[in-house]
Design a protein around this ligand. Structure first.
Ligand code: ZN
Ligand code: ZN
Length: 254
């Protein structure tokens, strides 16, 4: 699988873009940012979007991506659990915040096609298996295990301390990489707990629940831009093998 990091922060400030991961050029996991794509050609290859949850830093680019794909005649399949799809319908594509792109430009060929998925039931999306696993966040949210016939990766979505996702990880034989959120520095642990996110020390506690195999890559993302330097210092201090702090534009083959 080819991974391309289009954004990897839990918000936006100069130099930091919200979260989006592009897999094999056609599957987007979350849509916080696509502006890094250099050409309309790159963007036109996107066919599917899987959303972890409906917070703004994960859906911000969705209306613009879908509109552009509709102009190219393809539109966008948007996958999410019932809560995510219902939230998009009620709060984003409601004719107020933005036009209802599930009916435009035409009802027959809309920009957005909703695809409801269910927890723990893998779906085949363009040749990739995608399995949603509920995590611990302030609104219904999922992490994902995405795989092809050779390897799988895990994407945590936004989560505080959680269980089910790590059980699923431990049952996935070919898991090659974990992409895990860390949002706040340790001094803001209380805020992380209230908003259901992780700090570096909370990450260490989560590691105790995961069977991490020797060569497994650990990608850290979703740092809140205001605290990037502090969080990076704390994470580097943990001295964890194979840990990579993601940067926008990073590409990996797993
Ligand atoms: Zn987020
Ligand atoms: Zn969130």
């Amino acid at each position: 699988m080819k991974l391309r990091v289009l954004g990897c922060y839990g918000g936006e400030l100069l130099g930091y873009k919200s979260t989006a991961l592009l897999i094999d050029d056609h599957l987007l996991i979350d849509a916080g940012n696509v502006s890094i794509l250099k050409s309309a050609d790159d963007l036109s290859r996107i066919r599917h979007l899987v959303l972890s949850h409906a917070h703004l830093d994960h859906i911000k680019a969705l209306p613009f991506v879908a509109e552009q794909l509709a102009e190219g005649g393809t539109g966008l399949d948007v996958y999410g659990t019932d809560e995510v799809i219902d939230s998009l319908k009620s709060h984003i594509f409601n004719g107020i915040t933005w036009p209802d792109l599930s009916k435009l430009p035409t009802v027959q060929n809309p920009a957005v096609r909703y695809k409801r998925i269910h927890a723990e039931l893998p779906v085949n999306i363009g040749g990739l298996s995608v399995r949603a696993v509920p995590v611990n966040h302030t609104i219904p949210s999922a992490g994902f295990i995405v795989g092809n016939e050779i390897s799988s990766i895990l994407y945590s979505g936004d989560t505080g301390p959680t269980e089910r996702l790590w059980k699923a990880a431990n049952n996935t034989e070919d898991l090659k990489a974990l992409m895990i959120e860390v949002s706040y520095p340790d001094r803001l642990k209380e805020r992380a707990i209230i908003t259901r996110h992780l700090t570096p020390q909370l990450l260490v506690e989560e590691f105790k629940k995961i069977d991490i195999k020797g060569d497994m890559l650990i990608f850290i993302y979703h740092l809140k831009p205001l605290f990037v330097d502090e969080i990076k210092r704390e994470i580097c201090g943990l001295k964890i093998d194979n840990l990579i702090l993601l940067e926008e534009g990073d590409e990996f083959e797993v």
